[in-house]
Design a protein around this ligand. Sequence first.
Ligand code: ZN
Length: 823
Amino acid sequence: MRSARITLIVLGAALAGNAIPVAAQKPAPAARPRSARRTGVIGSYTPPRDWPLRQHDFDLQHQRIAVTLDMAHRMVIGRVTTRLVLTGAPTARVRLDAGNLTIDSAIARNGRPLAFAFDTTQVTVTLPRAAARGDTVEFTLAYHTIPERGIYFVPRRGIIWSQGEATETRNWIPTYDAANDKTTWEFLVTADSGQKVLSNGRLVEVTPAGNGKQVWHWSQDAPASTYLYSVVEGPLTILKDQWRGRPVEYWVSPDTVAAVWRTFGETPAMIELYSQLTGVPFPWAKYDQSVIPDFTYGGMENVSATTQTDLVLHPAGSEPQSGGRGLDAHELAHQWFGDLTTTANWAHIWLNEGLTTYMESVQNEKTRGWAAGQHSWYDQQQQAMAADENGHERPLVWGEYQGDDPIVLFFSGHVYPKGAQLAHQLRRLLGDSLFWAGMHRFLVDNAHKPVTTADYAAAFEKVAHRDLDWFFDQWAYGIGYPKLQVSRRWDRAARRLDVTVEQTQTIDSTHPVFRFPITVRIATRDSVVRREITVSKVKQTFAIPLPGNPLTFRFDEGGWLLGKVTTDQTTSELADLAEHDLDWAARNWALHALAGSTDSVADAARWLIVRNEHEPSLRALAAEQLGTRPSATTLEVLRSALRDPASEVRAAAIRALGIVDSAGVATTARTMFETDPNNTARLAGVMTYATVAGDAALPSLLEAAAKGRTLGTRATVASELAKSHDPRAAAALEAYTSADEPRNLRIIGLVSLLQQGDTARASSVATRYITDPDPLFAVQAVRALAKVGGDPGRAALEKAAAVETRGTVLAAIRQALGTGASD
Ligand SMILES: [Zn+2]
């Protein structure tokens, strides 16, 4: 799974942690083991390595799931035959997860009715007599439900889709809803003959069912976990491609065909790349991706039938910033990491999400070059460290959470980037050959099995023939990352450079002293000396003999280390690295190290980089750093950067000019909005225009907010519209909330109206949507009303509470009435 990164970042900022949709909720800070802290014992780890697996007394073998998804009534009508083998003591009772399912009947294989009971979480079937360990049991449950999770209806596009991870499948199918049991299954979906139905596995047949209906019969013949169950139904067009003769298809709305090819067209090449890198050919019979509206995530790796959000579809002018290649690469990697091998419980979810995030960056490396890979790894490192910095530090492997939805474990900020960086640190330690051999070993040894971090470690110990406990102790089970202070002393007489490395992070029984290899590179007049050192102590000095005076110094060549490195290098030395080093990571690190420097040497380096650097990301960074103090040369450099071939540089330049030339840049910014071919640059233009021109920019903002603009553009300008007191701005935001808009935009409109301060309008809009048919949006309306509604709002909520039947909406109303304000 991946969150819809761009959209949700905007949402996260807009909603200030209150009304964030379920996918982006920040988890409560994980309770940290405190008892053993500050013991001063170095290298002794107290974070738990093992998290309990869910226990059950059977082994799920097969489910045959016949369902009808009723759009008009938002209802699921189902009949599920379950076959399982008992693994515990003799019993006559079998329990399945069933979230708010109304069970209508239970029938044995021989057709006799069975006794059953159910509540809001489980169904219990009573067998005619106790079955023993090893016995096969089969029964059929008929049921119906109006689900608020698991199945989602989007009438405006005629599409119905499912979402299983983490624990949603139980809300529309009675099953064993945990990752540590793999089963085979079939779907038989009855749908109108104008609809197409995608599911997992192979399409067995489509048969007429009378009354203008058809039954789509899909069969998943290889075992996988039940959170990967998937059905997508809609008036879809099927685009066909192939990889080594196997079908690769895209199930999409007919009005998005061109954008789908643009976004997902590299899929067969990615399948080839991953098959070669892992040495495990794509493990399923086919690969389909559907593209759907109002998805609660960015993408979901349902086995052989990935679901993708339509928010990644974009016009050609939005690339490279708005591509869907990363999402495509991420979900595809899950077909190996997550679907073939599956985390046994949510504590080890990095084995699904971290490894796929790493594969996503490797796809970047292998198709866009080493610097592009380095950029991905740098971003992962920054994100992983930021996850700790925001006060929510926790080990990568962690299973404790508040509330009843384990999905919060995914989104603490650690799982994706730190998991990816664990793999990257392992690759640095072992080298490419052993690293990929280890990835291969892991997949081959654990295919179709639940896995924990210990299984991953064991695979690498097998291929590397060395103990790696210390490695996983520090990166997977320990907390934090190394913060290094590096200093040098040049002994001219001895021709020796002493490099002292001190680890300055908190060190206690849960925060380790880190051990890692580092390459130090030093140029002298006649040579380049590379020295690999292993840092393993709180403070160490490494003596490096040199043939001559050191002229340049680079610590951590390649930028591999997940950690923060501060050195004693002077501004001139940093400027020299930033300008001239051949390694992207070195130039990037040095330029970041110059941030905030008002030294003229630093400005000169930035000028040179904006003009001459060949990597756009660094030109953009240098332009951004110039946006602090005006000078004639800075203005000249930034103005010339407005003509840079890379849109991200043009965008950075206009933003910087908005700061250093706020009086003179208005017309230029407006022109960029109106004429730049790239959407990111256009957006930077209109936002800068709004910043420097105030109300005069409103017509441009309204144009950017109009239908037909990209969701990213519309979402971003909402924050500027919220600052305006002009009724046209409020009307534009209210239009965002309309039922024919994507849910994310509706939420942004609602929240921006709250921020704008016209409480009468905000409250009337929120009141209108308490009964919205989309339960996720109705919950947001309830929260908004609780915030601004006052007494009339309270009355409206009380009235709604009396008639509301949806559990999630009712719970939100009760919470709003109970606390009076936000949660
Ligand atoms: Zn994922």
